[in-house]
Design a protein around this ligand. Structure first.
Ligand SMILES: [Zn+2]
Length: 79
């Protein structure tokens, strides 16, 4: 099982309540960061390259359903 990924023409929709706009997304990512420290030792990330990214779960902000998203067409997308 997996979370369907939205594309340029599709978007998430909560299958239970129809929410289209608000989700809590738990994402794990592997990234390389260019960390630049100033003379005081304060680090600052100046570049971040994402190597891989996985969406682990999506929770609907309206009804709290977990991983119940489905893909629907975005407005204006040709069917
Ligand atoms: Zn919902």
């Amino acid at each position: 099982m997996g979370i369907p990924q939205p594309t340029a023409t599709t978007r998430w929709r909560c299958a239970l309540c129809g929410n289209l706009t608000r989700f809590d997304v738990t994402r794990s990512s592997k990234a390389v960061e260019y960390v630049h420290l100033d003379l005081a030792g304060e680090p600052k990330v100046e570049e971040r390259e994402v190597i891989s990214e996985t969406i682990e779960s999506v929770r609907c902000r309206w009804c709290n359903a977990v991983d119940q998203v489905e893909l629907v067409d975005r407005p204006g997308a040709s069917a």
